[in-house]
Design a protein around this ligand. Structure first.
Ligand SMILES: Nc1ncnc2c1ncn2[C@@H]1O[C@H](COP(=O)(O)OP(=O)(O)OP(=O)(O)O)[C@@H](O)[C@H]1O
Length: 232
């Protein structure tokens, strides 16, 4: 896909795929195009040229039947501030006809302890957990998670990783954007490094890491892309 914002080239023929039953981690510097491409895959933004397919469907204008198969956790949560987490998750579970899954998710993510506090009064990490639960209700076949463990304490991060792995193990296609090498190393089956609107590397963690490790490989790939800027 290619996409401009005004004269700014945000995506420069970016192309990648994410298989089912695997966790694909997308890494890249600020401004590399990660959010733009996620929004396109979620059906929130339409590419200027090129095509995106999720479950063989163009997400732009996709119907309710498609959307219920896809879970989304946005970076800023996208949660209503005045609602209490348990009420919100109950509401979403009813929309998906999935009230049976709701107690397990609440327990796994430790939401009960702050379940009756309005979302706007929660800490960043607590909000992340509610947003993740909301994305996973309804057992989606594909989930897009934008920095799911950002701001979480170490225990909560492990719980989130376990839950993400279990989601993969039931066959889901999981796409995670992250700035954490640790997260990518521990979670990813596949890694995609994006830089300056293009894919700089794609493959298994071992393939992308090479002999130098993921962090070094990331720095050399993203530095090379930075040198070839400015782009129009
Ligand atoms: N609505 C917009 N209007 C103008 N420029 C935009 C807009 N959204 C994104 N951009 C620009 O497009 C480029 C890609 O942005 P994008 O948000 O996709 O990057 P990102 O990889 O998600 O960054 P981050 O890691 O900071 O979340 C950046 O240069 C950004 O400034």
């Amino acid at each position: 896909m290619t996409h401009h914002y005004g004269s700014k080239l945000a995506l420069d023929k970016m192309s990648w795929s994410a298989p089912e039953g695997a966790i694909t981690c997308v890494l890249g510097p600020n401004g590399a195009g990660k959010t733009t491409i996620m929004e396109m895959a979620e059906g929130l933004r339409r590419p200027e040229s090129g095509a995106v397919r999720v479950l063989d469907t163009d997400p732009w204008g996709a119907n309710a039947a498609h959307r219920r198969r896809v879970g989304v956790m946005l970076q800023d949560g996208g949660l209503p501030g005045s609602v209490k987490p348990l009420r919100l998750l109950q509401h979403i579970a009813r929309l998906y006809d999935a009230t049976d899954q709701f107690p397990a998710l609440v327990e796994e993510l430790g939401i009960e302890e702050f379940g009756h506090t309005a979302v706007r009064r929660l800490s960043g990490g607590q909000r992340q957990r509610v947003a993740l639960a909301a994305a996973l209700i309804g057992r989606p076949e594909v989930v897009f998670l934008d920095e799911p463990s950002a701001g979480l304490d170490p225990h909560a991060r492990l719980d989130v990783w376990d839950l993400v792995r279990r989601t993969r193990d039931r066959g889901c296609c999981v796409v995670v954007t992250t700035h954490s090498f640790d997260e990518a190393d521990r979670l990813a089956d596949r890694v995609i490094i994006v830089a300056a609107g293009s894919v700089a590397a794609e493959g298994s963690v071992a393939e992308v890491s090479g002999a130098d490790g993921l962090e070094d490989s990331y720095f050399s790939l993203t530095r090379a892309a930075k040198k070839s800027e400015p782009r129009k």
